[in-house]
Write a protein that binds this ligand. Structure first.
Ligand SMILES: *Cc1c(COP(=O)(O)O)cnc(C)c1O
Length: 368
């Protein structure tokens, strides 16, 4: 008997190219889209190392932990880096980006995370993109946590390098990722003597040996399982409709933001303005005296499959993450998370009103 995972034929170059085209349609882009054979950190790092060098001046926007990582890579490449950090409970504004670019007019690279699942915020890329384009810098965007949850439009926004991964709102596997690359970005990489070449991190290898060759010969054997899973996940989004999938994430965020405070246990949205709250995941602030990681551990002990986590690092004390993405962008998942948080709060001696929370969450879900 053939095994469904183990006895797969090699994935053909034509199939690989057709999956790339489907991902490009999902991103509404005419730019080259390169699928990378690894989790999203691979193209995120590859794109920075491809573009940045000692001659680069970068504006690195930090609205969460990934921004910090990008700054480290940029410095490692020898770039001069100006960080623009905003508190994790807010979003950066286009005006702040404009001021930072005015203060450092030599800036030729801007890195930004669209939405951060780790902090629950999302940044106004339409407005920021216009500012970056006017300045002329190359624009690098991490859209891993936004694709599938909110519009991601690299062409309309003037994004030169837009990285996505399938493991968040796309509801797919974590082992493959993709990046759209503009002509300007390819030119920057080709002119960069430090850009990775003949390397797993190299985007240029894919340009020169895959794209320029008419996408007939793959660089190495593709990871069939991940590629087939990526294809299936894009197919599922197409069948449901991208707008429907995004609406589900928006609704899940609205319901969680409304439901958690209605519990009456002192939980509040961590991201204060709803316009800055990411549709992909909702972060909550615990009341003083309640340790977030302990509360989450108690909730997960009762129901291990719930999409709940505590914040990373120092945030573990005060932040709860409700990861209502992919299949968990559903009324059932949000309701189960709220009920579990209510039970965990009760067990810590905090009075809650789970019915009020359920009502508030249900009313906040737009298409009742
Ligand atoms: C989830 C995420 C990634 C991918 O990182 P993982 O650690 O594999 O989850 C990258 N960027 C952002 C903004 C993310 O939210």
């Amino acid at each position: 008997m053939t095994h469904p995972f183990l006895d797969l034929p090699p994935l053909s170059a034509a199939r690989f190219a057709s999956i790339e085209d489907r991902v490009a349609r999902l991103m509404s882009t005419e730019q080259d889209v390169v699928i990378m054979q690894g989790e999203a950190l691979l193209p995120l790092e590859g794109a920075i190392r491809g573009c940045a060098g000692p001659g680069t001046t970068a504006l690195n926007v930090i609205t969460g932990p990934y921004g910090q990582t990008f700054g480290n890579w940029l410095r490692d490449c020898g770039a001069t880096v100006h960080d623009l950090a905003v508190p994790f409970h807010t979003a950066v504004t286009a005006e702040q980006v404009r001021e930072a670019l005015a203060a450092h007019p030599e800036t030729d690279f801007v890195s930004l995370v669209h939405a951060e699942a780790a902090t629950g915020n999302t940044n106004p890329v339409t407005e920021i993109g216009a500012v970056v384009r006017e300045h002329g810098a190359l624009f690098y965007l991490d859209a891993v946590a936004s694709i599938g949850a909110e519009p991601v439009l690299p062409d309309a926004w003037g994004v030169d390098l837009c990285v996505i991964g399938a493991q968040k709102a796309m509801g797919g596997p974590a082992g493959v990722s993709a990046v759209s690359v503009s002509e300007r970005a390819w030119a920057r990489m080709a002119a960069n003597p430090g850009a990775p070449r003949r390397s797993y991190l190299s985007l240029l290898d894919w340009k020169e040996r895959w794209i320029d060759g008419g996408r007939t010969t793959l660089l190495h054997a593709p990871a069939q399982l991940e590629m087939l899973a990526l294809e299936a996940c894009v197919e599922r989004i197409e069948a449901a409709g991208l707008d429907t999938v995004m609406a589900r994430h928006r609704s899940a965020a609205a319901a969680t933001r409304a439901g958690a405070p209605a519990l009456g246990g002192g939980l509040e949205p961590f991201v204060t303005e709803s316009t800055a709250a990411a549709p992909v995941a909702t972060t909550l602030r615990t009341p003083s005296g309640v340790i977030a990681s302990e509360l989450v551990a108690r909730a997960l002990a009762a129901e291990p499959a719930l999409p709940l986590a505590a914040g990373g690092g120092a945030l573990a004390k005060e932040m709860i993450r409700v990861n209502h993405y992919g299949p968990d962008a559903s009324r059932e998942s949000v309701a189960a998370c709220l009920a579990a948080l209510a039970a965990a709060l009760r067990a810590s001696g905090v009075t809650t009103d789970p019915e009020a929370a359920h009502r508030a969450a249900t009313e906040a879900w737009p298409e009742n």
